[in-house]
Design a protein around this ligand. Sequence first.
Ligand SMILES: [Zn+2]
Length: 332
Amino acid sequence: MTLSEPELRAAITRELPGVRADLERLVRIPGIAFDGFDHSHVERSAHAVAELLGGCGLDTRVVRAGDGLPAVIGSRPAPPGAPTVLLYAHHDVQPVGDLALWESEPFEPVERDGRLYGRGAADDKAGVMAHVAALRAYGDDLPVGVVIFVEGEEEFGSASLEQLLAEHRDTLAADVIVIADSGNWDIGVPALTTSLRGIVNMFVEVRTANHAIHSGMFGGAVPDSLTVLAKLLATLHDDAGDVAVGGLTSAGPAPVDYPEDRLRAEAGLLDGVSFTGTGQLTERIWLKPAISVLGIDAPRTGEAPNALVPSAKAKLSVRLAPGDDPRPRTRR
Ligand SMILES: [Zn+2]
């Protein structure tokens, strides 16, 4: 027996205040998996999640692999003939960065304009609680088997994920996976993300001399590494801003488009700044490759002497379109 739609709606309305209160409780735990942070909070957060899942009648345990931080696995077998659904979320959060840029305490959840603010309130403790809410709403009438996997070091690169998956392969076996860790289309409009772009990060270093030399004595004949690096980086895109690197896959077209003014507002794009690339906006941000420069190691402007910079390094991020493969390919 499963719930009818009105019954399910009523169950969600009934459960929502408790779900919201538990979300706030999770947000108050500063579980940051990055090196140099107090990992006892990640332990606490794993146990808090385990308690929530246990409360939904799942057989729950906190697991780890090697030096990795704790993940939580909960499971409940499928009724005869029914499929098993794996629910994924993560309970660790990003560091808070510059506190001066926060409008309220990072780990004290606050509601403003209908949204809950606090580190991890969306990414990804809301994901944890969306799963918990579904389990609570269905209660004993859950029509499928469920395995829930809540990772504890997603924001820090998931170093032990592969080992965890291998060690718990049998428990985690499922017919379908639902990942609650991506964007939503709009307030009040639910959405399913069926594909995300992949990522390859790389470093490019340019060296033009074995030491810094005087720009007045040598500039004009001897190249400085920053100008060379800037010229190299400028070749990654054509004049329209589309990626000019050969061999990358594009998917598309997209079945929906992003309203231009909404993307502008959400990105905080300044007046007079144009979008880059061509084609539908959704195609550009979801289905085509993108290359961005994430950082450059170079002298700081306030400290830069009158010298040609002998070496410069950039960090590049390549976003791969659905269907592409991050592994190196041999040229055909
Ligand atoms: Zn996330």
